[in-house]
Design a protein around this ligand. Structure first.
Ligand code: AMP
Length: 223
């Protein structure tokens, strides 16, 4: 099964994708995480992506598409993928559909995490991530017990450089202009499911799992 998690920056895609991965056994692929990993490794791709990420702009389609196609051709993606942060443009959506078709696969569901526009800015600008284990918090909505320290592993929490208020505003504009039209695109393809992203985190996970026919703690699809 292949899924897309669609939603604005700050809608909770990354958080939900991690839970869905644990429960479904599908592989979570985040284009943003792949770029950040490439940057940490100091690769050419990482340097190129950084110049766009720092400004809150989208990395060019051909670069993202190639990176994702390479990643999903690896054997750990054979059972299915949860796409997080990709596709973000119609061109990316078309390319993904074509690539999956070559492998007799298709996007089975698009889970659209809806969150009112007015909430998104605080969700992004309040976000903190653990340097050690990657758990995310939010200083307004879901703070860690001790300031700047991860509850789970005591790692140090940091703010992503592109989560500053100014860049966050621009990323939202980019989302409204370039990515939000994908809601209609997938509605027309008939496989979009809207989930209320303002519900409690674990409830959102349950709603998503049941809407794709995966219930129960082992995440197996019932026969
Ligand atoms: P994210 O972690 O998904 O919020 O992505 C962080 C940044 O990485 C974005 O603001 C873009 O600069 C870049 N990026 C991630 N995914 C894509 C994509 N599918 N298309 C273009 N740029 C992307």
């Amino acid at each position: 099964m292949d899924l897309i998690l669609l939603g604005a920056p700050g809608a909770g895609k990354g958080t939900q994708a991690k839970f869905l991965e644990e429960r479904s056994g599908l592989m979570h692929i985040s284009s943003g995480d792949l770029f950040r990993a490439a940057l940490r490794q100091g690769t050419e791709l990482g340097m190129l992506a950084k110049s766009y990420m720092d400004r809150g702009e989208l990395v060019p389609d051909e670069v993202v598409i190639q990176m994702i196609i390479e990643r999903i051709s690896q054997s750990d993606c054979a059972k299915g993928v949860i796409f997080d942060g990709f596709p973000r443009t119609r061109e990316q959506a078309r390319a993904l559909g074509e690539e999956l078709q070559h492998h007799d696969r298709k996007i089975d569901y698009v889970l659209y995490l809806s969150v009112p526009d007015g909430v998104l800015l605080r969700r992004i600008a309040g976000r903190q991530t653990c340097k050690t284990c990657g758990t995310t918090y939010n200083i307004y909505y879901f703070p860690s017990k001790r300031a700047d320290v991860c509850d789970g592993c005591n790692g140090k929490l940091y703010q992503r450089s592109d989560d500053s208020m100014e860049t966050a505003r621009h990323r939202l504009d980019v989302y409204f202009n370039q990515t939000r039209p994908l809601i209609q695109f997938y509605q027309e393809h008939g496989n979009l499911i809207e989930v209320d992203g303002q519900r409690e985190i674990s409830l959102v996970t349950e709603l998503m799992l049941s809407s794709i026919g995966m219930n129960g703690s082992n995440g197996q699809k019932p026969h």
